[in-house]
Design a protein around this ligand. Sequence first.
Ligand SMILES: Cc1cc2nc3c(=O)[nH]c(=O)nc-3n(C[C@H](O)[C@H](O)[C@H](O)COP(=O)(O)OP(=O)(O)OC[C@H]3O[C@@H](n4cnc5c(N)ncnc54)[C@H](O)[C@@H]3O)c2cc1C
Length: 478
Amino acid sequence: MSKDRTAGLDAAVERISRALGPAGCITEPERIAPYLVDFRNLYHGETRLVARPCSTAETSEVVAICHELGVGIVPHGGNTGYCGGATPGTGGDEIVLSLARMNRIRALDAANFTITAEAGCILADVKAAAEAADRLFPLSLGSEGSCQVGGNLATNAGGLNALRYGIARDLALGLEVVLPDGRVLDGLTSLRKDNTGYDLRDLFIGAEGTLGVITAASLKLFPALRSVETAFIAVADPAAAVELLARLRAASGDAVSTFEYLPRIAIELTTRHVHGVVDPLGRPYDCYVLCEVSSAREAAGLREVLEGCLEQALSDGLVLDAAIAESIAQRNSMWKLRESVPEAQRAEGASIKHDVSVPVASLPAFMAEATAAVLAIIPMARMVTYGHVGDGNLHFNVSEPAGADRAAFMLREAEIQGAVHEIVRRYRGSISAEHGIGQLKRAQLARHKDPVALAVMHAIKQSLDPRGIMNRGKVLPD
Ligand SMILES: Cc1cc2nc3c(=O)[nH]c(=O)nc-3n(C[C@H](O)[C@H](O)[C@H](O)COP(=O)(O)OP(=O)(O)OC[C@H]3O[C@@H](n4cnc5c(N)ncnc54)[C@H](O)[C@@H]3O)c2cc1C
């Protein structure tokens, strides 16, 4: 680190410590340690200070100090992100800014169907607050017990209900943001309609902390659900899954809230590695769908719709077998299987991951082509392709061949990813459907994003953060 940077950092640490007091600062190495590594243990960084402001005013003060002294800031939510966005760099010249103490629900307006939550609120707590008011906040992630609303918006999280309710961006009405110079942008509206110029809110959603610190958000609520039907369905092939989705959406009046695809290997791995997971169908099939239809109406007749649709699909050869959950326990058991896939894959060994999306109708062709491309490189690789098929989003993951040399397998990562992402590009898909870019995919963004879009992103970054203090080395390629 240069002499100037060291002096700036010393001064920033000293001034922030004075401004926030002991409750707002972590400086002891053993307490800082968890902030220095990402959820997947891919990135390790350094910092001397974790600032933990408890209000927007305190956040603004911290950011203003860093702006004045040219010190980098890494916003930190629940640290469940998959791309290393919340992990500082190795230079030790940035501070980490944790939003964990900004965890108040500021308002809930049941009549307006809105909730205003601070960025550090745990997602599950926001959902619980909505439920207590007989409302639904539909964002649903496997990490909801620890991820934060600020992190969800900064990564524009998708999750399990995006098909019906949209992604984080669709659920936000307004944001409060501390800009890189410390000014507070108060966009905390709960209006549905506000056509007064450029939409600034959307700039910060999905920016992964590179344009400012989200301190609060007003979010959309929906009527609480009164009836839910869950089915675990063996389908003939991916094309049958896509056709079944279209039929179910039409037959149910667009009440399909979840439509998740799973291959046979997902069941083999979860039942092998995760205690309590059972195969809902007993007999093996090649591929499956976990599907949910739901309604805010008590007697919505969803069971009849689901059964009718499945019967027809069975006689048309799209569906081979199905189980409809008869109890909460059975429903939970089906969900446990789906949510255990990442853990089971980890336990099975190394994997090369892709979080891609293509238009829903193109999924079967994409899957066939991309699978063939991977197997041409590593013939015995195991394809664990699963995910939010209803959104055209696949976790196109490649597990190492049984008994393979882990290091040798991972050496092929760039080659495999290059081949898969080329196919994604041909389908006009995305190389990061919901997990973002962070540190992990910067080089790939440079290769696959439209150069004009990249130039506009750089221009926005330069205009909002000319000193380049916000989340250095994340998202934008150099
Ligand atoms: C088990 C599991 C399941 C998951 N399932 C899904 C899924 O279905 N769909 C999905 O999209 N993701 C999923 N994820 C990924 C992850 O949970 C989401 O990306 C989540 O939105 C990250 O929130 P976080 O609070 O943990 O953010 P962090 O990991 O702390 O940070 C993520 C990024 O946001 C920035 N950031 C955090 N807070 C702020 C703020 N207040 N202001 C500005 N920038 C900020 C950070 O700098 C970083 O760049 C899953 C993760 C796990 C572990």
